[in-house]
Design a protein around this ligand. Structure first.
Ligand SMILES: [Zn+2]
Length: 579
């Protein structure tokens, strides 16, 4: 005991003083790094990829190449990072690499019409352009406010559709860019896309089809405070983080990490986008970034695969392969470990609190993270090249939202639309099921080619399972569904009648399926085609089985009406005896 005490007495002052020394040293480092900037960009090396699990909660990892990590940090984050004792090298900040003339800033007072999207707009010019789109094309474009940023800048989307104010049962697709304020390629490409959709409407068959049959929402700039950190007139000095030095793409609720995986309160911008996701019904979405060139699909937060992993990979390959046809060799070939331009998020590196997993998990969506240029803010003269490489893939992606299985869910009695859950049996997991939307009752379920069983359910209705639904890639299988209300006593389930009697037609040796919620004893009455009662039977439901044998061999060939009563409910089913 004495020896331990001695060791403690000797060791404590030495350890304490070295701790104080290193803290002082860290303070000096922090003071020097954060003297003129609010965030730092740096590289560090790990010895094992598992270290990312802890680091991703501490700093904002931007890229991982082998065992080299590229990351951003604010002062508090970098202070925690220094405590870990990693070696690091500070890198030039991606938002401050270019000279002003390389940015080709276009101001609000620029009188020349836009003929070439080879510039970055000032903040005022951006707002002007967004309002200008809606003013010039009021029948197919309107500005949709999402909210405001911490510093009061506007978060805007445009909605492009031939039915701006009526929900026609079309898939809604959302494209949002530059949640990282210094990743600005997608910002200008989205403005270019809006312009092309509007000017191409009625001129180009494919674009006209897109505007007529989809509801396209585009938000070019998700983090204006970060992009205009250097002032409203330039994107030089743009930061990754928002005005509170928070990485917005780590600030969302996470399926694994809970509501606040980054330990920060939800930022004004985060709350605005969460609200926007809630009031709309996005079938698919893209979150545009820079710093790499790849298609990153869910999940980022955990290693398990998304139920639609094959489909997500199919859409990713379609995106990347098309890009490769129209771009120089070497473009869009990340991540470093595969080099083919498509990756599952977690396989690249683990992220908690990202928009992609939030939207995909909590809104039953399909969102991907598109890293579109290896340089966060490339020279403005490069922007038209990135456009040429990617534009066809943008259109492909939007069109994917209408493939797979879709249709309308409605009440079998009133035909009114229903908000129903659409579940692919034995396939869906981790919230990959979808819902139909109101007021149209339409659902959209993009899915990889194959044969599926779907269960449609809604409060107040009998669930309905439909088997043998075949989907094929690049095609649409229409499946309209009527659900029978629980509340009515007499039910004729016109669409689903074959599920009560198996087989149907039969030679008289049939089985009756007893719907859930029925009593143990079922009365069966059979009426002939003249409406005369020709047979009655009492059936007892055997334990554990939904099916009761039903002998109808005494009936002659023909059409009959089978009426089944048990408890409060009555079902009718037209049956055919054919011996
Ligand atoms: Zn990013």
């Amino acid at each position: 005991m004495k020896r331990y005490l001695f060791a403690l007495l000797v060791c404590f002052p030495i350890c304490f003083s070295s701790l104080v020394f290193s803290q002082n040293k860290n303070q000096i480092i922090l003071d020097s790094i954060f003297k003129t900037s609010s965030e730092v960009y740096f590289a560090t090396t790990i010895t094992d990829k598992n270290e990312i699990h802890a680091l991703t909660r501490l700093i904002s990892i931007d890229n991982v190449s082998g065992l080299t990590i590229y990351a951003y940090a604010n002062r508090k984050q970098f202070s925690h990072f220094l405590d870990l004792g990693y070696n690091y090298s500070i890198l030039p900040h991606p938002g401050s690499l270019l000279k002003e003339e390389d940015l080709n800033m276009r101001g609000k007072n620029s009188k020349s019409p836009i003929t070439n999207w080879n510039f970055y707009p000032t903040y005022e010019e951006y707002i002007d352009e967004m309002n200008g789109f809606a003013a010039s094309y009021p029948n197919i474009c309107k500005v949709v406010p999402i909210g405001t940023s911490v510093q009061g800048r506007q978060l805007l989307a445009v909605k492009i559709s031939d039915s701006l104010n009526i929900e026609q049962g079309e898939p809604e697709v959302f494209l949002t860019s530059s949640i990282h304020g210094d990743e600005t390629t997608g910002y200008v490409l989205m403005l270019h896309l809006i312009d092309s959709l509007l000017t191409g409407y009625g001129q180009n068959t494919r674009i006209t089809n897109l505007v007529n049959n989809y509801q396209i929402f585009i938000n070019p700039l998700a983090n204006p405070d970060g992009t205009y950190r250097g002032g409203n007139n330039t994107v030089a000095g743009a930061t990754r983080y928002n005005a509170n030095d928070v990485d917005l793409n780590r600030n969302f609720p996470d399926p694994k990490g809970g509501p606040h995986p980054d330990q920060n309160a939800w930022q004004t911008e985060t709350e605005a986008f969460m609200r926007f996701d809630s009031i709309n019904h996005f079938v698919m979405s893209i979150n545009f970034h820079g710093g790499e060139e790849l298609f990153n699909y869910p999940w980022d937060t955990w290693a398990k695969l998304h139920a639609d992993d094959e489909w997500l990979n199919h859409v990713g390959r379609e995106y990347a392969d098309t890009v490769h046809l129209y771009s120089p060799i070497g473009y869009f070939t990340g991540p470093s470990y595969s080099g083919n331009g498509v990756t599952n998020g977690f396989a690249w590196y683990e992220v908690e609190g990202g928009r992609q997993d939030y939207t995909t998990y909590f809104h039953n969506g399909r969102e991907v993270t598109l890293e579109i240029s290896s340089t966060g803010t490339p020279p403005a003269s490069y922007l038209t090249n990135y456009w040429k490489y990617n534009v066809r893939s943008f259109l492909n992606y939007i069109e994917e939202s209408s493939y797979g299985i879709n249709g309308r869910v409605s009440d079998s009695v009133t035909n009114l639309p229903i908000l129903a859950k659409v579940l692919a049996l034995g396939h869906d997991k981790d919230n990959s099921f979808v819902y139909s939307k109101l007021p149209s009752g339409w659902y959209f379920r993009p899915i990889n080619q194959g044969t599926y069983a779907f269960t449609f359910s809604a409060p107040g209705y009998f669930s309905k399972t439909i088997t043998g639904i075949t989907a094929s890639n690049w095609n649409t299988t229409r499946l309209n569904v009527k659900l029978v209300p629980l509340s009515i006593g007499f039910v004729e389930d016109l669409e689903h009648k074959q599920t009560l009697v198996y087989p149907n037609p039969s030679d008289g040796n049939t089985k009756l399926m007893i719907p859930e919620g029925q009593s143990q004893v079922i009365s069966v009455e059979i009426f002939n085609s003249l409406g005369l009662l020709v047979l009655t039977k009492q059936l007892s439901k055997s334990n554990g089985s939904q099916f009761c044998p039903l002998d109808l061999t005494s009936l002659a060939n023909g059409f009959y009406l089978l009426k089944m009563t048990g408890g409060m409910l009555t079902y009718e089913n037209r049956i055919i005896i054919r011996k």
